[in-house]
Design a protein. Structure first.
Length: 546
């Protein structure tokens, strides 16, 4: 677990270091062509008095400059190297330019070398690609917090920015989403951060104080150990941490005992503090997390991301044992994942009340063996006329290859009506099909295989086939016109989405690249708004908050 800790440097050492750094940074050369600060300089593209005030302040102090065409380019993204240079110049009031480095050394390397002694959480110390990459607002918050002596994870760093009024751009709701932690810092935002820092000679973070003097980093920090609330009957030094919101219970004899305790709570998750990974959660379903993230409501399954022959679906409900005037089935054993059952039941009641009364469940869970039999029976029927390869390819466009079917994971349902009991394209044109297409997203379902997405999904149009992905993801996919393949790519690229659903509920969707991701663990340690956790089927983890 990340701890808040001060920079361990004695004041005399720090003062000497600042003097040395001032000499080293006496000639900073920016890689982009800017012109020097001048008296009464005016930029043509600044808007608002606050933006003008902070930009001109930074220019006057030699922290940053404008461009030859008379612009400042306030919305241009700032790289980590550029922000590191601004931090160095701002913290020490340095004026001037740095001597050129050799051709095989990045222009900012002297800056990184000078800042390294302060343990600033820069990611590009030895990586040119990161030096040149846009800096996220969340990482900027971590860097700023460290200049005051606080070693914080991204969630804590954002709280630190809010607690000390170091960010004025995020509105009234002070959380990770509104802070836009995963968006890039712009030039205007960077100088606004630095200006706010310059005007703060004392900051606090959860009863811990830190001071700065005359814009210089100093080491005078009052540090008090911080712990989350802990169950009094258990030690805080255990291997596993079990969370319900911001409360955790630690020091279990083994993982099974931790899970047993966790089942007492509706929404909780378990972190292995030794191996530093997410191991279990209990929200809409229990999930055992492994490197294979084909688990949860959201994960992608297709020809490129199949599941194993022995894949076991989550706890299942036999819909045939729960029939009603609106839940009707075509066979005696029709199982679905229990997480999808209540949303399905609510959806079927509403479609029945709308006047579309003929809907029937035709197909739900199918085992790998059933898939295999179905697929190859259709291949064999075409093999004599098309040949094995062409027959296999043709069948694969309408029948999932064994292991790639959503029916195997218990989250897919095929619908028809009591009038036809067949799966045909005409389903899209009848009342039941139209209602599902227009409304199923409200309940967490999507029409999985649309005609216009065939080139992406590899499956022909199937207006009768619905997949449960959960709320709010179904609504986001529906309104953005994304199939599941596209949505997984979108979430993994954006890292964080904010969404207000049709009922006015606000959601944040976060993507983390593995169960071991440091940012995921930091996030889970302190977040109390988690609604669900799911794998994406490609190695990543998606956390939904409300």
């Amino acid at each position: 677990m990340s701890r808040i800790r001060p920079i361990k440097m004695k004041l005399p050492e720090l003062v000497i270091s600042i003097l040395v750094m001032s000499l080293v940074l006496s000639c900073i050369l920016f890689p982009y062509k800017e012109y020097s600060a001048k008296e009464n300089v005016v930029f043509s593209d600044l808007t608002g008095e606050l933006q003008k005030q902070t930009v001109y302040w930074a220019v006057d102090r030699g922290i940053v400059r404008g461009y030859e065409d008379g612009t400042f380019r306030p919305n241009q993204k700032v790289t980590e190297a550029e922000f590191a240079t601004m931090i160095a110049k701002s913290a020490n009031g340095i004026d001037g330019l740095m001597a050129k480095t050799s051709q095989d050394v990045h222009w900012s390397q002297p800056v990184y070398d000078a800042l390294g002694q302060y343990e600033l959480p820069l990611l590009g110390y030895n990586d040119t690609k990161i030096k040149n990459s846009p800096l996220s607002r969340g990482q900027a918050a971590k860097i700023i917090a460290r200049t005051y002596g606080f070693d914080l994870n991204i969630v804590e760093a954002v709280d630190f920015m809010y607690e000390n009024d170091l960010d004025q751009s995020s509105g009234e709701n002070k959380d990770l989403g509104n802070y836009r932690a995963f968006e890039s810092v712009s030039r205007a935002e960077a100088v606004a951060f630095l200006n706010a820092m310059y005007n703060k000679n004392q900051v606090t973070f959860r009863e811990i104080q830190s001071e700065i003097s005359d814009g210089k980093i100093v080491s005078k920090v009052w540090y008090r150990s911080m712990d989350l609330p802990v169950n009094a009957e258990l030690s805080t030094n255990g291997r596993y941490a079990l969370f319900q919101g911001k409360i955790y219970i630690a020091s279990f004899a083994d993982c099974s005992l931790a899970k047993q305790k966790g089942k007492e709570f509706a929404n909780t998750y378990l972190i292995d503090q030794k191996d530093k990974r997410l191991v279990w959660s209990n929200f809409d379903r229990e999930i055992e997390f492994t490197d294979n993230t084909s688990q949860g409501s959201l994960f992608l399954i297709n020809q490129n991301y199949p599941v194993a022959k022995d894949y076991k679906a989550n706890k299942m409900v036999n819909t045939a044992a729960c029939t009603s005037q609106y839940l009707r089935v075509s066979a005696n054993n029709m199982y679905i994942d229990e997480a999808a059952f209540n949303p399905l039941n609510a959806m079927l009641k509403d479609i029945y009340d709308s006047g579309a009364k003929n809907l029937v469940l035709i197909s739900t869970y199918r085992s790998y063996q059933t898939q295999n039999s179905l697929f190859y029976s259709r291949v064999n029927a075409l093999k004599s006329s098309l040949g094995l390869e062409k027959a296999t390819n043709k069948v694969a466009t309408s029948t999932a290859i064994p292991g790639s079917s959503e029916h195997q994971i218990g989250l897919a349902i095929d619908f028809s009506t009591s009038n036809s009991m067949d799966l045909t394209q005409s389903f899209a044109n009848i009342n039941e099909g139209k209602w599902l297409y227009n409304n199923s997203w409200k309940y967490g379902f999507v029409v999985r295989y649309a005609k216009e997405k065939t080139s992406i999904t590899g499956i022909i149009s199937e207006p009768w086939h619905l997949r449960y992905v959960g709320v709010p993801h179904a609504e986001i996919m529906s309104k953005a016109g994304l199939c599941l393949e596209e949505y997984m790519d979108y979430v993994s690229h954006e890292k964080m989405l904010q969404f207000s659903d049709y009922q006015g509920n606000n959601y944040q969707v976060y993507y983390f690249n593995s169960i071991n991701a440091e940012d995921l663990l930091n996030f889970l340690y302190l977040n109390d708004k988690v609604q669900s956790i799911s794998g994406d089927g490609k190695g990543g983890i998606i956390v939904t908050c409300k």
